[in-house]
Design a protein around this ligand. Structure first.
Ligand code: NDP
Length: 590
């Protein structure tokens, strides 16, 4: 029998996975459902009882883009509602030092053409992103009707009035002709259920609720130097995309930094650079749409033109994804070639670690052993180098995670690490499903709850509209649609689609549009029939993480949050084709 170079790595990957699979799966986490807002005080206001054209629940990237596009198309009263104190979603909450977009800003940020704005850097930092999103809200006059620090508690369809009635925790009871649910995907902070965590007497916060009063400094690329940490022992639990970005400023600021790692991330070079003013001034109307579409084409494996974007994702991820896709679609030979390509890419990732990190044991501990697409890839130019500093300790828990927390220390690998500050970069809820995460259950026709309609799995048409829930639109990540790593593109496509349907309904004099029984059933079938068994197999074999529901794919399938097979470009083509037919087919209109 011939020996394949894959034999050894397959064994290693399987062993690494095996030590991370846990019986408690999502029970290993708790959720910060009512975390206070560190950035803004709620403003007193009278309860709202008016009628608006569209209520948009969630003022992050997707809700804001949808609301702005609706306004652009002439819809007069659009109300953004959010628990946060402003627009921005992720970029409102996550103000940890050096928070930065991991997708090129020129394709990630919405409406750049309309706004006449070009980000100042290829990978913008949080401050610039939030300021830009606020400027979008101002430009489209969205603050006028917005309500912030407001949680929706109930949204019910009023059959007699043919309106949505929205009730909130601020005593509002307003009505809306259309309802958009854009409550976000990675929004509720997730905490590890580590024994003793709540007994920690030092300062502790989640990465998305940074306490600058304690650390000193402020949001920005180095966190303003975090002067409050000069004499502090700081611990970070979590080395995902947030942990990666936080470590560098903390390493520079803290007296001592201890990084508790459960699974190493794949860390690729960042190569950020300022925007070339000549390039910016050469951009012609339409540039943004073209660039966004180009990114989608590339990350879907359609390489007809040279890579003009040269983003970390298009340079590294796309070719791997394509080979991976070829392996998923092809026979055993293609599958083996795909695995070999992935192995070569991961070997380069491990090589970079070996070349950067001086201590060989620390370098070995930082090396990821799983296929590249098992977890979201990270990008950073200084993360690895931080472990060369004498004041930084890596505690590799080899998949086990932190054991215990005491009043003044974290215990891991049998050792006690005394700390003044503990930062939890442990991610966000992805497993409880949208309904739990939104915090309310929409009530459609005849008192039907969305949770009841979706009891045996999600049901939508196009991933956007739902039978029995008239004039309701979803803008979410995993609702039987297809997205790439660029959520900005998804938000833009959804905004355009929803604005089209709302615009057509209004101009054709329809008070109600609703997915027909047949159209919804056909879409559910399409999602099921295009879902790749091999993709499911691949994710099942992956190291646990939020991509595979902490190694519990079956329950995700039950939630029905499957993606449409064929990728985002095919999905966008379906939506575009449907719109250009101009018949609103599959929608019952009255
Ligand atoms: P993740 O869920 O990606 O990472 C959580 C981290 O916490 C993992 O390293 C996890 O380890 C670790 N962890 C969880 N429980 C324990 C425990 N008990 N002991 C030790 N470690 C533990 O969350 P992030 O906030 O980093 O990122 C979430 C997503 O948000 C990203 O994937 C990305 O989509 C987005 N994001 C984007 C950014 C950008 O654009 N720049 C920046 C930040 C986030 P393990 O891997 O073993 O589960």
């Amino acid at each position: 029998m011939t020996h394949s170079p894959l034999d050894e790595v397959r064994t290693r990957y399987a062993a690494e996975r095996a030590r991370r699979v846990r019986d408690d799966r999502d029970a290993q986490y708790g959720y910060l459902d009512d975390a206070p807002d560190p950035w803004n005080e709620p403003v007193e206001r009278a309860p709202l009882t008016d009628v608006v054209d569209v209520a948009v629940v969630g003022a992050g990237l997707s809700g804001l883009t949808t609301a702005a596009t609706l306004k652009k198309e002439g819809v007069e009263r659009v109300r953004l509602i959010d628990r946060a104190g402003d627009v921005g979603g992720t970029w409102y909450w996550n103000r940890y030092p050096a928070a930065q977009c991991d997708v090129e800003s020129y394709v990630y940020l919405p409406l750049l053409d309309e706004m006449g704005y070009v980000p100042t850097e290829k990978y913008a930092y949080q401050g610039e992103i939030l300021a830009y999103l606020q400027s979008v809200a101002r430009r489209f006059d969205l603050y006028r009707d917005a309500c912030f620090h407001t949680g929706v508690e109930d949204a019910a369809w009023d059959e007699a009035e043919q309106l949505w009635v929205v009730e909130t925790d601020r005593g509002d009871r307003f009505r809306a002709h259309f309802l958009v649910l854009s409550g976000g995907f990675l929004q509720r902070p997730k905490l590890p259920a580590i024994p003793g965590l709540s007994e920690f007497q030092g300062t502790m916060f989640h990465s998305s609720r940074w306490d600058y009063a304690y650390t000193g400094g402020g949001p920005g690329r180095d966190g303003g130097g975090l002067p409050g940490l000069r004499d502090k022992r700081v611990g970070v639990i979590g080395t995902g995309a947030s942990g990666l970005q936080i470590v560098t400023p903390l390493a520079k600021a803290a007296e001592h930094l201890v990084v508790f790692q459960r699974t190493p991330s794949t860390v690729l070079p960042r190569n950020n650079r300022p925007t070339d003013p000549e390039w910016a001034s050469s951009l012609r109307p339409g540039w943004h749409r073209e660039r966004v579409e180009f990114f989608e084409q590339w990350t879907n494996g359609r390489f007809d033109q040279p890579d003009v974007i040269a983003d970390g994702w298009t340079e590294v991820y796309a070719p791997v994804a394509v080979r991976h896709g070829a392996g998923l679609a092809g026979g055993p030979q293609e599958q083996e070639q795909a695995e070999l390509a992935d192995l070569a890419a991961m070997d380069r990732v491990r090589q970079r670690i070996a070349e950067t990190v001086r201590d060989p044991d620390t370098a070995a501990a930082l090396m990821p052993y799983y296929p590249m697409l098992c977890k979201r890839v990270g990008f950073h130019d200084d993360y690895l180098d931080a472990f060369n500093r004498p004041n930084v300790t890596l505690v590799d828990t080899r998949g086990a995670g932190v054991e215990k927390v005491t009043a003044n220390a974290v215990i891991a690998e049998g050792r006690e690490y005394e700390l003044d500050l503990l930062i939890l970069a442990t991610g966000f809820d992805t497993v409880r499903g949208y309904l739990r995460s939104w915090g309310f259950d929409v009530v459609g026709r005849a008192g039907l709850r969305l949770s009841e309609h979706w009891r045996d799995g999600m049901r939508t048409m196009h991933g956007v509209t739902v039978r029995h829930f008239p004039n309701l639109f979803l803008v979410a990540a995993l609702t039987q649609n297809a997205i790439t790593v660029n959520y900005g593109a998804h938000a833009g496509v959804m905004a355009e689609h929803i604005s089209y349907v709302v615009g057509e309904a209004r101009s054709r004099g329809h008070a109600v549009v609703e997915a027909s029984e047949q159209a919804e059933a056909a879409w559910v079938d399409m999602v099921a029939s295009t879902a790749s068994e091999r993709q499911t197999e691949f994710l099942r074999s992956c190291t646990p993480g939020y991509y595979n529901n902490e190694g519990n794919l079956e329950s995700r399938t039950r939630q029905g949050s499957a993606r449409l097979g064929g990728g985002s470009v095919a999905y966008h083509e379906i939506l575009r084709g449907w719109r250009s037919a101009g018949t609103l087919s599959g929608l019952d209109c009255s």
